[in-house]
Design a protein around this ligand. Structure first.
Ligand SMILES: *Cc1c(COP(=O)(O)O)cnc(C)c1O
Length: 359
């Protein structure tokens, strides 16, 4: 007898109309988890290298209550997307950069890490196993979430005796609701990162402390929080999960990655694209006062892509910025997504094909 309800992660459930795609209302996707069929898991025991890794059904993982991730937050995450082209292929955007960033983070947190090749292969295998969840072109992307965690028991402070690399996937749409620009609030009280801390790596521990300021800002009607540097409180750093750029005349500026800024791959790519069209892109200290007379402000990240900022509220001033079709952020969004979807030529070799995804 057929079950009355199919679980959303059932591997044997093609959509009614088209077997190449899962039964998803693509138009309704936001940035929330839609469980997919499979995930990738590989383990690394103390003193050894990572096991080959396997694709297994998506589901809960067994972990020691004494694991280093659960007790002391020894863990890193990554985020990247698989993009569907008009002719049905699937491609990743600069996965080598995610692998390198995971390595940097692992060194900071004393964790074993997969080789660049294993990382990219793990991500490709996960995307391929879940290919029917890669949205049709223009309808979203398959978000891939690699996790590197201290899975072995550690009661004393120290590296875990076992590490796990896990990659899971979820189709996603837009990160912030709506299509208009963001309304940010400058936070003068909470700080995201400290010099010498882990703000410059994608450590799991960076995120739970910002939930409170984020919820407070949202309950006052803001879309997100803009954090200032912890040392002086005078310079802008970044938004809760994305980098920030300030545009003034021909200059596009973003805070330099000197330890408290997450080195975003979108950030790095946008610097290149802005230079391509004749802007002066600068990585430097950006004093908060520059927000007062900037022409434009925008955010970048894998999840947000490139998103214009409409207003920033700073003390009791609300500053408005240029958004819309004439804005530089719109131009840069079109350039970046053009490369990602195959509408524009990928002159830098940023896109990596996932073989076998078509059909
Ligand atoms: C992941 C992340 C970003 C964006 O990095 P991308 O590589 O562009 O996705 C920015 N800031 C924080 C705090 C992040 O965690």
């Amino acid at each position: 007898m057929a079950p009355a309800v199919h679980p959303p992660s059932s591997p044997a459930l093609p959509s009614d109309s088209d077997e190449r795609y899962a039964n998803v209302k693509w138009e309704e996707l936001g940035f929330a988890l839609t469980p997919t069929d499979y995930m990738y898991v590989a383990k690394c025991q103390k003193g050894e290298s990572f096991s080959e890794g396997k694709i297994v059904p998506y589901g809960n993982i067994d972990i020691s209550p004494c694991s280093a991730i659960l007790n002391y937050g020894q863990g890193l995450f990554e985020g990247l997307k698989a993009y569907r082209t008009e002719d049905g292929r699937c491609r990743l955007f600069r996965p080598d950069q995610n692998a390198l960033r995971m390595k940097m983070g692992a060194e900071r947190l004393c964790m074993a890490y997969p080789s660049l090749e294993q990382f990219i292969s793990a991500v490709k295998q996960t995307a391929l196993a879940n290919k029917r969840w890669v949205p049709p072109p223009g309808k979203g992307t398959l978000y891939l979430r690699p996790l590197l965690i201290g899975s072995g028991p550690a009661l004393g402070i120290g590296p875990a005796p076992e590490f796990t690399l896990c990659v899971y996937a979820s189709p996603v749409g837009s990160y912030h609701k709506g299509t208009s620009g963001l309304n940010l609030k400058v936070d003068h009280k909470n700080h995201r990162a400290h010099s010498g801390g882990t703000g410059g790596v994608k450590s799991c521990t960076n995120y739970s402390p910002i939930v409170k300021p984020l919820l407070e800002a949202k309950s006052s009607g803001f879309s997100d929080v803009l954090f200032l540097d912890a040392a002086t409180g005078r310079n802008i750093e970044e938004v809760s999960a994305c980098n920030i750029f300030v545009v003034k005349g021909n200059a596009v500026s973003t805070p330099a990655t000197s330890g408290t800024i997450l080195p975003g791959i979108t950030r790095k790519s946008i610097i290149d694209l802005a230079r391509d069209i004749g802007f002066r892109a600068e990585e430097r200290v950006v004093p908060v006062e520059e927000l007062l007379d900037a022409d434009e402000v925008f955010c970048t990240g894998t999840a947000v892509v490139v998103r214009a900022v409409e207003t920033i509220t700073f003390m009791d001033k609300k500053i408005e910025y240029k958004t819309g079709s004439e804005a530089l952020s719109t131009k840069l969004y079109e350039m970046l997504t053009g490369i990602q979807t195959g509408r524009l030529e990928d002159t830098r070799g940023w896109m990596v094909e996932i073989d076998g995804c078509n059909g």
